[in-house]
Ligand binder design. Structure first.
Ligand code: NOJ
Ligand code: CA
Length: 555
């Protein structure tokens, strides 16, 4: 049954164990603490938890420097605690996907230690070496300003090793069949422990040819993705890979494969960047363009839609003037920008603390073609701490209550400072207060998630833009199984009246049923709707009469 593709109508929530909830009072979030919060997440309506890396790691890149792929970092608990956690999720009907970071290891990984100290080690060829410094060593750094080179000399190995990211993250030679076999083994291991798939880190770099002599644009080995996928589905039929690939739309499609034989999901970075551009300029056209460019995907494939993630808001794919416009609107100070291409703030401070804009952005994420991926803390509109370096500013502990340390830990030395004071401090911004307040953002989000799950047309259907003749107002319609829905968003700070012809089908009586309030819209004789959109307003409509639920059961 095609409905089995659970990721088509999922609501994903991303968190890192270390900053979520500390149960044993040592200041570091742990699996036990997270497990105690599963009822909270279920109540919010989350269907899938994406765990950021939690394996043993020196922790120099928030765990994206793994030193043992088959364990749990002791700071977070044990493998036993992990299994309790996945079991707890299963009991509540929630799935878990975990980060799979196999482009590189930590330089403290025993494989790398063996590789550098012993040229005869079988692990030597698991990494990428060069006797001399390659000519292109300073090009292609991912963290400009912080990372100087992609090749570093290792004294013990008497050779240079390749690292796409920081120098403590030596790249694995992913073309090596032994490395590929190990990647499969890692996936197989975690699948046995109850996960439903992986968020695959840095996919373009995983599949890129690596080495001192590769051309400036190295060939990609897409077939590797099909092999990962096949293995995954032999082991667990409903497991998926959600790829992190910030590439151009024409390349995006290759990550899905023409028949959807590669990754099931890929984050839509195009839509993300253009969404922020659209919000910054109140102009929906670039967003439409990005959505059209990423429209033709295989039927089984799905986009991951997100607002902010744990990295900087990467604007690298926008034009220079576009990027300047987003910087000016959302991150004007140098301290808010990062790597010359992005903004490192959290969502709510970027939006000027304006609840209307936060609802607008969130409503867009929920209704654009794909599956929403929410970042922990954004459900209560948490802020950032720009005193922390690089991307750490947006990775502070979850704010649960007005208790000391926001209820995150009983220790007075949390792993990262809890935001305190001011509008985003835990004293004002926390889960406990927002739960009690029916008008809080948390409760708004809970309601919107509930409705989002009742609109599978978004994840499954085909979309088209409906003209509004107003660049500020975006109208998008989905059709699936004789049901149609329409979403209208006003990106502008001024109210706008728009006239919309949603193109009701013959069987529909032309009413637009408002899914979020009692304010339905009747068409005029020509089938047109006049809709007054307040500043930053949004509407979720079902096209046709109130009998849509009956129609749904017919299919
Ligand atoms: C992408 C991750 O999102 C980022 O946080 C990390 O630093 C790099 N990959 C390296 O693993
Ligand atoms: Ca702890």
């Amino acid at each position: 049954m095609i409905n089995d593709l659970w990721y088509k109508n999922a609501v994903v929530y991303c968190l890192s164990v270390g900053t979520y909830m500390d149960a044993n009072g040592d200041g570091i979030g742990d699996f036990e603490g997270l497990t105690r919060r599963l009822d909270y997440l279920q109540g919010l309506g989350i269907t899938t938890i994406w765990l950021m890396p939690f394996q043993p790691s020196p922790g120099r890149d928030n765990g994206y420097d793994v030193s043992d792929y088959y364990g749990v970092d002791p700071r977070y608990g044990t493998l036993g605690d992990f299994v309790e956690f996945t079991h707890g999720c299963q009991q509540r009907g929630m799935r878990v996907i975990i980060d799979l970071v196999v482009n590189h290891t930590s330089d403290q990984h025993p494989w790398f230690k063996a590789a550098r100290s012993d040229p005869k080690s079988k692990y030597r060829d698991w990494y990428v070496w060069s006797k001399t410094e390659p000519k292109n060593a300073t090009s292609g750094v991912v963290f400009p300003g912080v990372q100087k080179s992609t090749w570093t000399r290792d004294a013990a190995a008497k050779a240079w090793y390749f690292h796409r990211f920081y120098e403590f993250q030596p790249d694995l030679d992913t073309a090596n069949p032994h490395v590929q076999a190990e990647i499969l083994k890692i996936m197989g291991f975690w699948l046995e422990l109850g996960v439903s798939g992986f968020r695959m880190d840095a996919v373009p770099f995983v599949i890129s040819a690596k080495g001192a002599r590769v051309p400036a644009k190295p060939p990609e080995q897409f077939d590797m993705l099909r092999r990962f996928r096949e293995f995954l589905q032999w082991r667990r039929g409903d497991a998926i890979i959600l790829g992190e690939a910030n590439v151009l739309p024409e390349d995006d499609m290759k990550y899905f494969g023409g028949d959807g034989e590669r990754l099931q999901m890929v984050f839509n970075f195009q839509a993300n960047q253009n969404l922020f551009y659209a919000l910054a300029t109140a102009d929906s056209r670039p967003l439409k363009k990005a959505l059209n460019a990423t429209k033709p995907r295989p039927a089984t494939a799905q986009w991951g839609m997100f607002l902010r993630n744990h990295d900087e808001l990467d604007l690298g794919r926008l034009t220079r003037p576009q990027r300047a416009a987003v910087f000016a609107a959302f991150g004007p100070d140098a301290s808010m920008q990062l790597y010359g291409r992005g903004i490192r703030r959290r969502l709510m401070p970027m939006l000027g603390g304006d609840r209307r804009r936060l609802e607008l952005a969130t409503s867009l994420m929920m209704t654009l073609p794909g599956t929403p991926v929410i970042r922990y803390g954004d459900e209560i509109a948490m802020g950032d701490d720009l005193r922390l370096k690089e991307r750490e500013c947006a990775r502070t502990p979850m704010q649960w209550s007005t208790e000391p340390q926001g209820g995150f830990t009983k220790s007075d030395r949390p792993v990262s400072p809890v935001i305190s004071g001011g509008p985003y401090g835990f004293e004002h911004t926390n889960v406990a207060d927002q739960r009690r307040d029916p008008d809080s953002f948390l409760n708004w989000l809970e309601r919107i998630i509930r409705m989002r799950k009742e609109v599978p047309e978004i994840g499954w259907g085909d979309f088209q833009f409906i003209p509004t003749r107003t660049k500020e107002v975006l109208a998008i319609r989905y059709d699936w199984r004789r049901n149609s829905v329409l979403f209208v968003h006003n990106l502008g700070a001024e109210p706008r009246e728009v006239t919309i012809e949603p193109g009701a089908e013959g069987e529909h009586d032309g009413i637009l049923v408002n899914l979020l309030s009692g304010d339905h819209s009747e068409p005029d004789q020509k089938g047109r709707h006049r809709i007054l959109m307040e500043a930053y307003g949004y509407r979720w409509f079902r096209i046709g009469g109130l009998d849509y639920l009956l129609r749904r059961s017919e299919v």
